[in-house]
Every structure is written in C-alpha cells, then in structure tokens.
Design a protein around this ligand. Structure first.
Ligand SMILES: [Zn+2]
Length: 250
C-alpha cells in the first residue's frame, strides 16, 4: 500500500518545513501590508463627544414663551450626532432629561479619549432685545498659572485644556465661519473665557451657544426642528472640516 506523503520521513520533514515557512512569513507579510497602507481619514472614525448642557432640575435658560435650554440643546445634540455618525464615533454625555455635574461631562470625553468635545448651550440675557450666537474656548483667568506636579508630571484637571487652547480657538473660529456662511444675518462671536466644563477636557473643546433663548425671535427659531437641523448641519460640517484638517493632533 502506498503510504501518504506525510507518513514517510522526508515527506514529513518537507511538510513541517513548508508549514513553518507559511506560519512565519504570512503573518509578517500581512502585518506589513496592514501597517504600510494608511487608512483614509474617515475610516479611522475618531470619537466626537457632544455634551447637551444642563438637564433634570437644572433647566438652563428659559425663553419668553417657555422653551427650556435643556430641551433645545438635547434635541440639537441628537441631530448633530445623526449627521456625524457616518464619519465618526459619536457619544452624547446626556441622552435624557437628567442632571450631571461638569467633571462627569468632561470625564466622558477624556475616558474614550475623544478627538473633540462640543458642549451645547443657548445664551441668555437680562435684556430681551439682545441676540447672538457664541463660540467659546476655555481661557483661564490670567493670574492662575498652569500647575504641573514636578514629582508626578501629572497635569492638574483644571489645566488639562491649556495645551489644546490654540486648537480649541481654531475650532471655535471654524464653527463660526461655517455659521456665518449659513446664517449671514446673525451676530456671531468667538471668545475665550474661563469655562469650568471645558477646563478639564484633554482635547480640542468648544462651548457653543446656538442662539439667545431669551430673545423672542431666537426662541422661535430654536423651537423649529428644521432650523435645528440646519444648525446641526453647520456644527457637523465645522467639526468634520476641523478634524479632517488634522485638528485632532495635540
Ligand atoms: Zn447653558
């Protein structure tokens, strides 16, 4: 009876040799292909964390007709998420009507870690005629110097945003640019302020006030779902163009 190849000594040796070569060479070859082929940007799907401000007993600003900031910004955040989901991983800090403290919100972004953090709000004013849209980045009070422990090299929570400040400012400018293109009649402001919700964010981060809820016409616009969808499109485009231009690199 003719014995199969792997039963005779030279055949067994040859088979073992071939299997060893295949086992060693193939994974290395595959790895080489994997690492040398740079994925297109959007295949990497960076994480974007969107933070609808307020929630629960903290209702935020109130409009003259009764709109509440916490509801408006949650609806807006959901729309922004829908528009970004095909290109990015998206996470909301809050998905319902409940309260959260500020470090919890920023902590969500740091834990992933996110490439970008966007906190959504509406502005309020004592003067009912005041209207406007604001893009804020975190700028600490000048007298507070950045504190980094020399022993541990760990940056204090309240200083984490400092190293991203320039990028956050550019993100705010890009969002404002997109806004002015879509809504040329709006008063749009970009400014740096001490912002507790952003100070601990370890990535480019901006707080958006997407209209002034205490202004009657702004409240009407913000109550209109079609307007909110357009605002969401503006914010999504700003985020996408910033990240595509490499804004996520520290
Ligand atoms: Zn707010």
């Amino acid at each position: 009876m003719l014995r199969p190849l792997h039963w005779n000594r030279p055949g067994r040796f040859l088979l073992a040799f071939v299997l060893a070569v295949v086992a060693v060479v193939c994974p290395i070859h595959l790895l080489a292909v994997e690492s040398s082929a740079k994925k297109p940007f959007f295949e990497e799907r960076p994480m974007v964390v969107i933070d609808p401000g307020h929630g629960g007993s903290d209702e935020g600003a109130a409009g003259p007709s009764g709109s509440r900031e916490k509801d408006v910004v949650l609806r807006l955040a959901e729309q922004v998420a829908v528009l970004l989901e095909d290109r990015f991983q998206v996470e909301l800090t809050r998905t319902g009507d409940y309260g959260m403290d500020l470090p919890q919100r920023t902590g969500t972004a740091n834990r992933y870690p996110a490439a970008l953090f966007l906190s959504l709000h509406t502005a309020a004013s004592q003067a009912p005629h005041v209207s406007g849209v604001f893009f804020y980045y975190h700028r600490p009070i000048a007298s507070v110097a950045a504190v980094t422990s020399k022993k541990t090299e760990i940056t204090a929570w309240e200083n984490l945003q400092d190293r991203h400040r320039e990028q956050s400012r550019r993100l705010a400018q890009e969002l404002a640019r997109q806004w002015k293109t879509r809504f040329p009649g709006d008063e749009v402001t970009v400014a740096g302020h001490p912002l507790p919700v952003l100070e601990g964010a370890d990535m480019p981060a901006v707080l958006v006030e997407a209209g002034t809820l205490t202004h009657a016409a702004d409240e009407l616009r913000l109550a209109d779902m079609e307007h909110l969808k357009t605002v969401a499109a503006v914010l999504a485009e700003g985020v996408a163009s910033f990240l595509k231009a490499g804004g996520a690199a520290p």
